[in-house]
Design a protein around this ligand. Structure first.
Ligand code: NAD
Length: 464
């Protein structure tokens, strides 16, 4: 039986080579401008559809789904010409007479697979990089946010020829079918477990991959931290989107001298930013994840964890109130998992070495946060840990800094997104060398090897 998406793939492949590959920067920017206009004109609908999917409020949609996309387009408008410009490289003496440069060529037909937690942002962000680099794209949004996926489908069919960009909706089965095709690049955002499957499928065609995965992100609060400031930022970064954020702190490691003040300050901040009756609270995306998190809470309590704040669950609308947990250790189930919900465990440490050793027992996180006013501690944490991204005295906003690469390391991801880094991910950095015709430096040492040539080769090997 023929592959259900072979025709679409072939059409994009032909169209890429006939039209898209050589499209000018101006044409690419025009498409991005049209995308921006559509988003501006349909901002209300985007907010409504995301709200239908998991009760996410308008302010959070504007800040976390729309603003990063508008910013990404602005970055492209400002810098795409410069990113795409051929870059000359210098030539050493051995290359006298040659001229070399890097030419950025679009990789080709790409597949973008997105998760549900920022359903608009994480579909459209990679698309901007793909268009900027001059690729075509098939987008597979998440099946768990169907209203947003339908809207993205509508937006893309209004703006693009399906031979250039097309949304394919569906679940794991559809995703698996798409992954069997010989794409030129796959940009996957999702869990590490599925990331491994994506890489396996890509290996069959030697397709390059960007894997934007998750992780267990620590937030260290040391003995010098400003506690009120740390609590404000931790609460915001953890509980927006109800903790369903890949870079949300997964657990807090607090110095023993700051433990009680921090707990008080976190409760205080939760009452201010996310009071029990609040429209700012997003629901859990579906009953599967609601049950997973409710079960995790039950297990945590059985294992000796204590609810310091929150812990309320409402099955009817998949709601879990922002919850702080104390009394868990590195052996607790809660510590072992990417929580991906509004539950925040607080673990006390006695020395920074002990905290860093604990962090190194886990897979490398996507984000690591440090709250500190000590230069020495900042240096120690940066040099003795590894993470895809780090923010010091802040949480989560490193994602939105357009000049920083965004991505994980090993288990939390492969490759980087955003701005120039996203452009590079979808580009082949083709190296080009032009040689003169006639006499060249290299020809002087071509075989047969005379004594003089042997001496010359030895000289070139070590000195030129
Ligand atoms: P997921 O891995 O379950 O699904 C992501 C996408 O992959 C979906 O479109 C889904 O249909 C598809 N998929 C699921 N199972 C598949 C399979 N067996 N074969 C092929 N495709 C499959 O992730 P999710 O639950 O949607 O999202 C949560 C995860 O994503 C968390 O681990 C989170 O940390 C991570 N995440 C990472 C980033 C980042 O930028 N690094 C951003 C958001 C979310």
């Amino acid at each position: 039986m023929s592959h259900p998406f072979q025709q679409l793939f072939d059409e994009q492949h032909t169209h890429f080579h006939q039209k898209i590959k050589t499209s000018s920067i101006q044409k690419r920017l025009k498409k991005l401008k049209a995308l921006k206009t559509w988003i501006k004109q349909n901002e209300k609908e985007i907010c409504e559809e995301i709200y239908k999917d998991f009760g996410k409020g308008e302010e959070e949609v504007l800040l976390t789904e729309i603003k990063p996309i508008i910013d990404e387009i602005k970055q492209h408008t400002l810098h795409l010409s410069e990113w795409a410009e051929t870059k000359k490289v210098s030539s050493s003496v051995a290359f006298w007479g040659t001229r070399s440069y890097i030419q950025f060529e679009p990789k080709g037909v790409t597949l973008l697979i997105a998760p549900w937690n920022y359903p608009f942002n994480l579909c459209i962000g990679p698309l901007i990089s793909a268009i900027g680099a001059g690729c075509t794209a098939i987008i597979k949004p998440s099946e768990h946010t169907p209203n947003t996926s339908n809207l993205i489908d509508k937006m893309i069919s209004e703006l693009f020829d399906s031979r250039e960009v097309k949304v394919v909706q569906g679940d794991v089965a559809v995703s698996t079918e798409l992954l069997a095709l010989p794409f030129d690049h796959i940009f996957f955002t999702g869990s590490p477990a599925v990331g491994k499957l994506v890489m396996q499928a890509a290996a069959k065609n030697l397709t390059s991959v960007t894997l934007e995965l998750g992780g267990r992100n620590p937030a260290i609060v040391d003995e010098t931290a400003n506690i009120k400031d740390a609590a404000q930022k931790i609460v915001w970064g953890k509980f927006i989107n109800s903790g369903q954020t890949c870079i949300a702190p997964n657990y807090v490691l607090v110095h023993e001298t700051q433990s009680d003040p921090l707990k008080k300050a976190l409760i205080n901040q939760l009452n201010i930013q996310f009071p029990p009756v609040s429209e700012s609270l997003t629901n859990i995306v579906n009953s599967h994840h609601f049950n997973r998190l409710s079960h995790l809470l039950e297990v945590t309590i059985k294992e000796g964890g204590v609810i310091l704040h929150g812990g309320k669950t409402v099955k009817e609308n998949n709601f879990i109130s922002p919850t702080l947990i104390e009394g868990i250790s590195e052996n607790s189930t809660l510590f072992q998992e990417e929580i991906f919900g509004p539950i925040l465990p607080i673990i006390t440490y006695t020395s920074l070495d002990q905290a860093l050793t604990l962090i190194r027992t886990t897979e490398k996180p996507l984000a690591l946060y440090l709250f500190s006013q000590s230069k020495k501690n900042k240096r120690s944490v940066l040099s003795q840990s590894s993470a895809g991204t780090t923010a010091i005295n802040e949480t989560t906003i490193q994602f939105a800094q357009p000049h920083l690469p965004f991505g994980g390391v090993n288990h939390s991801g492969i490759g980087k997104a955003h701005g120039n880094f996203g452009f590079l991910e979808f580009s082949n950095q083709r190296s080009v060398l032009h040689q003169r015709v006639g006499l060249t430096t290299l020809k002087t040492i071509f075989p047969p090897y005379s004594n003089l040539k042997r001496k010359l080769i030895r000289f070139i090997t070590f000195w030129v």
